[in-house]
Design a protein around this ligand. Sequence first.
Ligand SMILES: [Zn+2]
Length: 253
Amino acid sequence: MPILEKLAQSGQARHWTDSIPLEYHYTAGVAGEEFRRELRDNGRFLVSKCSKCKSTYIPARMYCPDCFIEMKDQFPTDKPGYVYSFTSVNRDRSGADTELPITVGIVKFEGVKGGIVHLLDVGGPDRVSIGMKVSPSLKNLSERIGAITDILGFKPTSTGPSKTTTEGGTTERHAARTRDDQARSLLHSIEESGYPIEEDEMTISSLRTKIGKGELLTSEEDRLLHRLGDKAKEWRKAVKSSSDTEPTDTLSG
Ligand SMILES: [Zn+2]
């Protein structure tokens, strides 16, 4: 049957089985490859910096998503990582129970946008807390191949006050924990709001460190955190109202 001939009846269709060899080459992209190379050769994380908005991104990428310009400035970061979010999984990809719960987290770096999703080598989900300082543990140089699995996981760096003791629970400890949680969620909402924190970066960074270690904030720092929280709230409102007034095909309100 000529190839252009149309089938009039489905019964005319025939099929045969064979194989077609296909070869795939996955590339991580220009910046992605540089990130992997730096990880493999020097065990460091490469970040990109935008020359216009001065934002830095991890992993390194080619274009600033805010300014749409190419980022040519790339350098390894020595900023400490911290746990931004985490979860614990008890099943593997096939749905079978894992022997132990596996803790996975998003690790962010101070003053850098983006982050790395990886295993948290913390010895159990109850031993990890938001803001906890972590550092990567890597495979040996000779074993690294330039893949994200060159990182074995992230381990806690600080041996600060342990957050693991949950027994007892006096009202005082409970109050401290509530304050702690409030500070954490406030810090989280500031970071989430997308509010440009550049000028307050130092302040936020030191607050994050303290909160991460579970240290109590002074009343001055607490006031500062709330003030930044208010700024972030206003920022979010402003962003929302400007997006509401942007021309769309439906009327808002
Ligand atoms: Zn930019």
